[in-house]
Design a protein around this ligand. Structure first.
Ligand code: 6R9
Length: 650
């Protein structure tokens, strides 16, 4: 974005007031914004009191060595105690913490009292395997309760975990084990995906043949599928044996608020993955607070479900730490949304009476593609708040989500945040905000964010630029594991004294924030910077389009030409004249400058496991280049499919 700030093309005028019953009982009201504006640090100090501290902090923020922050530095606490034991001590041991639903249909309800026993056993087992405070543990698991238990057991003994997506390759796992210098790996024989057992353990075995993984002493293996797996005796240990025989009691030790809690790797577009480091007190404060505020959680009555994988930061913050710190009852689902049928998610909502649902735009658009009749077969009337995270949610997908899942009654909260921010940063509040489909709208109370131009000056309302965070926040990343310099270069060098998020954004006439996608994805067309998100949203607002991915491909006349890959609603066949109609539609919605030069109908788009479209691969296709790294794709075969669709001439 060097020539001109982002063009501000899209206008969306629909508005949705919060429902009266949510307003009436809201956990957080408009007064919170005022309180936080008046005394930001005081506000966070108050939120920290949601937690049980062994030693209450007297200091809120130490910003004496920016951007290396210390929050609540003289406080001491144990994360697992906060997420489990204190709820049992408060008399809620019989409350279900986790309703586990396996993909094959097996299910298991785990109360807080049971969770306490199992986490204690796992903590004892890790101790027996010689895992000491500060040692790193890699977790490579399917979406089963033991994954959550393993994370909490690590937190309990102060051993930072590094969770690696179960779908990542042995290579990706090896790099992450090596970078964090993990001592133990926790895994499973396999998990169920798409109706079949899918092995995990062989990838661990392969990863551990690499020299960088030489410090791994033990592999703790959960038996989930019962499939045959290779076994290295002396090194490999069964979970049910090593954990099963332990005492169900374990005394949690308190750690400093800045004790490392976890490392989570995020793969930028270039370079080796960055190990994002999160610590204890500030992180837990902000995940607990935001989950309470944005989902308006009532732990006695709500049933919460976040569909993310625990290998993604959303799983860390909003399956494990936020909801459990708040004593929530939540659903944990192992499998895919279409196994054994396209209505599986909605069946689960009906079965458990889910009231709060948190998912990603990619999933919503996939459900749009499958058709409105599928959710209509289930009773979704228990739902009261719907959340979205991971990508900008196109206004049409937002409307569909509210209407077909939320019965045209529930607020939709579009939550912007990152692995690096640890917790939600920009989001409506369900009992306060007049909602605008497609906008994350307002920094949460206590959060300071704005949109700036190339020179770092705040843009006027109605203009676009770069999203920056202007004040430190409790759950901020503390550094990149082992690479302080890269931490400074990546996030703190672009704008003096501010955190650069890497996202384009605009402020509308009311000052509300609209996210416009990664800055790397912004297109330059005849001197205008145009956001991929806006063109995609315009395409998705056409009744025939379920999903769209837009990239700028090098073009001799216009620098870049807009190239769109679209998935048709209800599938092919593609009617004659559709491409022209779509181009005209975008032109009408956004103006002629945003009209795609090429539009290609495809069956699938390349996505990461967290549901983000990998536009750089589509750019490779559009520019007839060899494909870059595809290892973080959910399904690398998608790229072959797309390439066979490519007509030889534009
Ligand atoms: C939580 C998570 C972070 C990037 C972020 C942005 C995109 C996430 C969004 C959103 C628009 C939202 N993103 N939520 N864009 N609206 N509500 O996704 O973390 O995997 O690190 O990705 O995702 O581009 O910078 P992470």
């Amino acid at each position: 974005m060097s020539n001109e700030s982002l063009a501000n093309l899209m206008t969306e005028t629909r508005r949705f007031a919060p429902p009266a019953e949510v307003v009436a009982g809201a956990n957080v009201t408009a007064a919170a914004y005022e309180a936080a504006a008046e005394d930001r640090l005081g506000y966070w100090a108050e939120q920290a009191r949601r937690l049980s501290w062994e030693r209450e902090p007297t200091e809120t923020l130490d910003w004496s060595n920016p951007p290396f922050a210390k929050w609540f530095a003289d406080g001491r606490l144990n994360v697992a105690y906060n997420c489990v034991d204190r709820h049992v001590e408060a008399g809620n041991g019989d409350r279900v913490a986790i309703h586990f639903e396996g993909e094959p249909g097996d299910s298991r309800a785990i109360t807080y009292a049971e969770l306490q026993r199992e986490v204690s056993q796992a903590a004892n087992a890790l101790g027996e395997l010689g895992v000491a405070t500060g040692d790193r543990v890699a977790i490579y698991m399917p979406m089963i309760p033991e994954a959550v238990i393993a994370m909490l057991a690590c937190a309990r003994i102060g051993a930072p975990h590094s969770v690696v997506f179960g779908a990542f390759s042995a290579d990706a796992l090896a790099t992450r084990i090596e970078d964090a210098d993990a001592r133990v790996v926790i895994t499973a024989d396999g998990g169920y995906r798409r109706g079949a057992p899918s092995a995990l353990k062989p990838a661990v075995d392969e990863a551990l043949t690499r020299p960088g993984a030489a410090n791994v002493r033990n592999v703790l293996v959960v038996r989930r599928t019962g499939q045959d797996i290779p076994w290295t005796s002396g090194r490999d240990v069964w979970w049910h044996e090593a954990v099963g025989r332990q005492s169900t009691e374990h005394t949690p030790e308190a750690f400093d608020a800045e004790h490392p809690l976890f490392i989570l790797y995020t793969s930028g577009t270039t370079g080796k993955p960055k190990g994002i480091l999160h610590t204890t007190g500030g992180y837990l404060t902000q995940v607990a607070y935001t989950h309470h505020a944005v989902f308006d959680l009532k732990p006695e009555t709500d049933v919460y479900w976040c569909t993310a994988d625990i290998g993604w930061v959303t799983g860390h913050s909003y399956i494990v730490y936020g909801p459990l710190a708040n004593g929530a009852t939540e659903v944990l689902y192992e499998g895919t949304p279409n196994t054994p049928h396209n209505g599986r998610w909605w069946e689960i909502v009906e079965k458990y009476g889910v009231t709060l649902l948190y998912t990603a735009p990619t999933a919503i658009r996939t459900c749009m593609k499958w058709g409105d009749d599928i959710p209509a077969r289930f009773d979704l009337s228990s739902l009261r708040i719907l959340g979205s995270v991971g990508e900008p949610i196109n206004p049409e997908a937002w409307i569909w989500y509210r209407k077909h899942i939320g019965g045209d009654r529930t607020p939709v909260v579009d939550t912007w945040w990152q692995t690096e921010t640890g917790a939600m940063m920009i989001s409506p509040l369900p009992g306060v905000t007049l909602a605008k489909p497609g906008s994350a709208q307002t920094p949460l109370p206590g959060i300071s964010a704005t949109v700036v131009d190339d020179d770092g000056n705040e843009v006027a309302n109605g203009s676009g630029g770069y999203l920056t965070l202007t004040e430190p926040w409790p759950s901020m990343l503390r550094t990149i594991w082992g690479d302080d310099q890269r931490f400074l270069d990546t996030y703190w060098s672009r704008f003096e004294g501010r955190y650069f998020a890497g996202d384009g954004a605009k402020k509308d006439e009311d000052g509300d924030i609209w996210l416009l996608g990664r800055v790397d994805d912004v297109m330059l067309v005849s001197g205008h910077n145009i956001s991929t998100t806006e063109v995609e949203s315009a395409l998705v607002s056409h009744p025939r389009i379920a999903e769209a991915a837009v990239v700028g491909a090098t073009d001799p006349q216009t620098t870049q030409a807009i190239c769109a890959f679209v998935i048709l609603r209800g599938g092919a066949p593609q009617e004659e004249g559709l491409v022209e109609e779509l181009r005209a539609h975008v032109s009408k919605e956004l103006g002629p400058i945003a009209k795609p030069k090429r539009i290609l109908a495809v069956e699938e788009l390349p996505k990461t496991r967290s549901g983000k479209i990998m536009r750089r691969l589509l750019r490779d296709v559009a520019e007839n280049r060899e494909l870059g790294d595809v290892t973080t794709l959910t399904d690398p075969a998608v790229m072959d499919l797309i390439q066979t669709k490519l007509p030889s001439a534009p």
